[in-house]
Design a protein around this ligand. Structure first.
Ligand code: SF4
Ligand code: ZN
Length: 369
């Protein structure tokens, strides 16, 4: 990973900083990470070899900038202008700045910044909802060409869908914390954030599990070298329109266990067939109801990202709609939560038949009761 660290050292300002890796690494070599110093690499992007070629020419062009500090740290105000001057001279590179201090973005901004530079991507960190609600509106209000959001370390469930709806956030990533004292990262938070990105068509990267990863009620302790590969292996990153989510492996719930779980939900068990629904079924016959169910599933649930997802199933008007709510087959979010079927993928034949099977099963049980 090509990195340019113009200065080193930082101050903790936010819950995400608690186990900061700069501090951890410095402590391990007896260094004080709170001392902020300019590094010897300050002008690295301008350095040339003896053939007059730039030394920093990463494949792909991305340079992660200021990874051993925060680019917008107050102590670095005096040096930042110089960095902008350097960045201006390498328009072919893409400088990626990850910050917890987006509220200081405009301090020492160059006079020719205008609406932002094409070669600068700014990623605002938001480890929890409070930080998200403070920092993302600032990120959106600033003149920046490429904006990203990073929930790393992810410390709780966050809802940022209203910010994603702006269309101004190009990518979201998240991941758990590493180190001996790592706080827990719950896979449900990851899945929930991913759902928001799928609904809004924003690329989502699940970067790493962290060292303490909670999945399906079980806490996993992962060594550093496994944290990134395990996240990759899960397949839970999402790039719209690429079919990437097809790689996710999961198991459909067993029917008996599913119905038992649904019966324990007050919300789900409140849905019952009305007399009108029963009359409708008697008049049309089960064959017709089944073909309607197959149609609804194919049209309103099966696409990679169905239109109006979350609101595509009416609360009444057809016995299949009632069955969909009663069995949590009403939208892709519910299909993911209750049936493990990941969102952001087109439903295949097996999945569609499974859903229709669940719906018809529920209707038959209702008719008998
Ligand atoms: S802002 Fe980043 S580098 Fe600075 S203390 Fe917090 S986590 Fe560490
Ligand atoms: Zn639903």
């Amino acid at each position: 990973m090509p990195i340019w660290n113009p200065w080193h050292g930082c101050h903790k300002i936010s819950p995400g900083c608690l186990n900061c890796y700069v501090y951890r690494r410095d402590e391990s070599i007896g260094k004080d990470a709170s001392v902020v110093t300019r590094t010897g690499d300050y002008s690295l992007p301008l350095k040339k070899d003896r053939h007059g070629q730039y030394k920093l020419t990463p494949e792909g062009g991305t340079v992660f900038t200021c990874m051993t500090s925060d680019f917008f740290l107050p102590e670095a105000d005096q040096w930042r202008q110089g960095c902008w001057d350097i960045i201006r001279q390498r328009p072919e590179l893409s400088f990626h700045i990850i910050t917890k201090r987006i509220d200081r973005f405009t301090v020492s901004l160059p006079p020719d910044w205008g609406e932002g530079w094409d070669n600068v991507t700014v990623s605002s960190t938001c480890e929890d909802q409070e930080r998200a609600d403070y920092r993302i509106p600032i990120l959106l209000s600033l003149p920046i060409k490429h904006r990203q959001v990073a929930s790393e370390p992810m410390l709780g469930e966050i809802n940022i869908e209203k910010y994603l709806a702006s269309g101004l956030i190009e990518q979201v990533c998240c991941g758990g914390e590493s180190g001996d004292k790592a706080r827990v990262c719950d896979f449900n938070w990851v899945r929930e954030l991913r759902r928001q990105c799928v609904r809004r068509g924003v690329p989502f990267i699940f970067r790493q599990t962290g060292a303490a990863f909670l999945k399906d009620g079980r806490l996993y302790r992962l060594e550093r070298r496994l944290q990134i590969p395990q996240a990759e292996k899960s397949g839970y990153s999402y790039v719209p329109g690429t079919g990437c989510a097809e790689k996710i492996r999961y198991t459909l719930p067993e029917r008996g266990a599913l119905f038992a779980r649904l019966a324990r939900s007050d919300f789900r068990s409140r849905f019952r067939l009305t007399d009108k629904d029963r009359e409708y079924i008697a008049a049309k016959g089960m064959e017709t109801v089944l073909s309607h169910a197959a149609d609804f599933v194919a049209q309103k649930l099966a696409p990679e990202n169905p239109r109006n997802d979350g609101r595509q199933t009416p609360m009444r008007g057809h016995p299949v709609f009632i069955a969909q709510h009663a069995t949590a087959c009403c939208c892709r979010g519910c299909l993911e939560k209750w049936h493990n079927i990941p969102s952001g993928k087109e439903l295949d034949l097996v999945e569609r038949e499974y859903i229709v099977g669940v719906l018809m099963d529920w209707i038959e049980r209702e008719l008998k009761s």
